[in-house]
Design a protein around this ligand. Structure first.
Ligand SMILES: [Zn+2]
Length: 254
């Protein structure tokens, strides 16, 4: 059912949340746009102007690794200083109230963690761009350290083990993180309300989760600016601004 206006959308969502024991939000880029984080895949987004560097190319050449890091540092200003938006704060409120076990996200911006959801309860399907990992030994590196080395030596630094250091994101062509996928599936199968927020639900594996939840008996809500191919099976479809729809769910603002 498509909510005809904002008021109906908020009322419908409130009713579903109140009658649910386990609300599972699944978020995409749309929840972070009001925080100043660009939607990389949208028209005009970074990835429509610049070809992404596939994983295979990253591991194959120093030149590509240098380019990947050059781009990441160029993006730094867009990520640095971004604060959780109304959507993040609303979901953190549901989490802190015990209504929600955590969140599944396609975002790599760390804003769910910054809004107060424990890192262990943020399931990141595409990883996280706010820190880096060695591809061989999984040692963690912070970005300021990588940048300092990069600028001092003019090339992307390697790990002390000799492995390549890459942001903790999942690149095109890189295997999906198995533990995150398993946890996402487990959460999906134990929720009774699945909230898809700000995702076009076209990128695999995102597309599988709302259907899995619905088939398992959960209610499905889709909050997205554009129609998705799952709108027909949803109990509630909302095409209003995400922050505005979720703001009343921020603790203390209802
Ligand atoms: Zn290493």
């Amino acid at each position: 059912m498509l909510a005809p206006n904002l008021e109906t959308a908020i009322d419908g969502l409130r009713h579903l949340v109140e009658n649910s024991d386990a609300v599972l939000p699944f978020t995409g880029a749309g929840i972070s746009t009001e925080c100043g984080i660009p939607d990389f895949r949208s028209p005009g987004g970074i990835w429509s102007r610049m070809q992404p560097i596939p994983f295979e190319a990253f591991v194959a050449s120093q030149e590509m690794r240098d380019e990947a890091w050059r781009r990441r540092f160029a993006m730094e200003d867009e990520f640095k200083g971004a604060r959780p938006g109304r959507g993040h704060l609303a979901l953190a409120s549901l989490y802190k109230a015990g209504k929600s076990p955590g969140v599944i996200t396609q975002n790599i911006d760390n804003l769910h963690q910054e809004s107060g959801i424990a890192p262990a309860d943020v399931v990141e399907l595409h990883g996280n761009t706010t820190y880096a990992l060695c591809l061989t030994c999984a040692a963690r590196y912070e970005l300021p350290w990588v940048r300092q080395k990069f600028e001092a030596e003019g090339r992307a630094p390697d790990c002390h083990c000799g492995g390549y250091i890459k942001t903790a994101t999942v690149s095109f062509g890189q295997a999906m993180p198995e533990a995150a996928m398993a946890r996402a599936e487990e959460l999906t199968l134990t929720c009774d309300l699945f909230l898809a927020i700000g995702s076009s639900l076209v990128v695999w594996p995102a597309a599988g989760f709302p259907m899995l939840a619905k088939r398992n008996g959960a209610r499905l809500v889709i909050v997205n600016r554009e129609p998705t191919e799952f709108d027909d099976m949803a109990d509630l479809v909302v095409r209003e601004d995400i922050g505005t729809v979720l703001e009343p769910f921020i603790a203390g603002r209802a």
